[in-house]
Ligand binder design. Structure first.
Ligand SMILES: [Zn+2]
Ligand SMILES: [Zn+2]
Length: 386
């Protein structure tokens, strides 16, 4: 496992988190309209994106007939408890080389733009507004924008869920008093539903570990739950890999970003979490089809996290291996770094680079220490002699 890169990633995130407490004024996403707000809430908004910097290009070869799209399906804006406007999420995503995002503002928690009544049903909030504002900008920038929301229950179980590929978030909000009904309404609209940050709001104190509760299993069996976050923000939940394998669920890796991208991860941070989607083409419908077929792979903090069949295919598409006698040559055509483990030794195969090793001529397999196909289970690759 990539402990060193993960440590660096967390250090970097902590450092940037400290920077976000500096009081600065921020603009409400409009060029000429700058409004100073409560310093405790202020972060630089998405205009920190450097217009002169070219968008990040992420090289990942196709996997068979599938394109590998890059996405983030958990993001907040000022229309719940995030600190940037919806359009800023579009600009940040483009800057980061993403193909597809979902803005998933909370239904139940909208401290900045919520209506006056504390009774959710009386507030007449429009829960589609972030999507509606961002969509024309996304179209202009050729970014796929998926309509989503976060269903936010304050106890665990059930905790929080994201529903993406919705048609109308307001219909889900109508059922706010009954979380199972909210999932049912979302699923009726054709949404893909995943369980967010499974250690939050509070972990199960008796078990001292995350628990896939009876409530989660009930909604899974009804067909209302299709995936789980294995990585959220800077948190990694190793056990989710096994849960997804055992229960045929998709792994999802998200930022759950509230502050600006710059505040959270800096500029074009290669360790930033994203979900890779093996899609037939670059359309929202193809992304949705891939989610339901469980063709998703997480990439965060230098780790690849996915179901074994797709991680193996992704590796074979990215890395070619040539072995002759006791010489092993690996070529990585992708931007995803690999930690090649032979015996107890780990060799770094960096993005778009080659590595030549002297090995035992009888070597039959190696493992990829930072590509995980189960809980603490690295990908194993067979090595054929040429
Ligand atoms: Zn949440
Ligand atoms: Zn969230």
């Amino acid at each position: 496992m990539s402990t060193s890169t993960r440590r660096e990633f967390l250090q970097c995130a902590a450092l940037l988190g400290a920077a976000s407490t500096l009081p600065v004024s921020f603009a409400l996403g409009q060029e000429n309209e700058t409004k100073t707000v409560d310093p405790l809430l202020t972060v630089p908004n998405g205009r920190i994106v450097n217009p002169k910097r070219k968008p990040r290009k992420i090289a990942i070869p196709n996997v068979g007939n599938f394109q590998v799209l890059k996405g983030d399906f958990h993001m907040h804006t000022l229309f719940s408890d995030g600190y940037v406007m919806p359009k800023d999420r579009v600009h940040e995503a483009v800057e980061n080389g993403l193909d597809v995002i979902a803005i998933t503002d909370h239904i139940e928690y909208r401290p900045f733009f919520g209506g006056k009544s504390t009774q959710l049903k009386e507030r007449n909030d429009d829960h589609n507004i972030a999507y509606d504002i961002a969509k024309p900008e996304a179209d202009k920038k050729n970014l796929i924008l998926v309509r989503g929301t976060e269903i936010t229950k304050s106890q665990l179980p059930p905790g929080h869920f994201n529903a993406i590929f919705l048609n109308d978030v307001n219909q889900v909000a109508e059922a706010v008093d009954d979380w199972k009904k909210m999932l049912a309404v979302a699923t009726d609209q054709g949404a893909f539903v995943f369980w967010n940050h499974p250690n939050f709001p509070t972990p199960n104190p008796a078990a001292h570990r995350m628990t896939f509760a009876a409530e989660h299993d009930e909604v899974r069996r009804k067909g209302y739950l299709h995936g789980i976050e294995v990585f959220n923000g800077t948190s990694y939940y190793p056990v989710v890999s096994d849960w997804c394998n055992e229960m045929d669920l998709a792994l999802v890796t998200t930022s759950d970003i509230h502050v600006s991208e710059w505040n959270m991860y800096g500029s074009q941070n290669p360790l930033r979490p994203m979900t890779l989607i093996l899609a037939e083409n670059r359309t929202a419908e193809a992304v949705r089809e891939a989610f339901f077929a469980r063709r998703t792979i997480g990439w965060a903090a230098g780790m690849i996290l996915g179901r074994p069949q797709w991680v193996e295919k992704l590796f074979n598409a990215c890395v070619s291996i040539k072995k002759e006698n006791n010489s092993l040559q690996l070529t990585n055509q992708s931007d995803i770094p690999c930690q090649i483990q032979i015996g107890n030794t780990v060799h770094e195969l960096k993005a778009q680079s080659e590595l030549t090793l002297t090995v035992d001529s009888a070597l039959k397999k190696l493992s990829v220490a930072n590509w995980l196909v189960g809980t603490a289970k690295p990908l194993e690759v067979l090595v054929a002699s040429s």
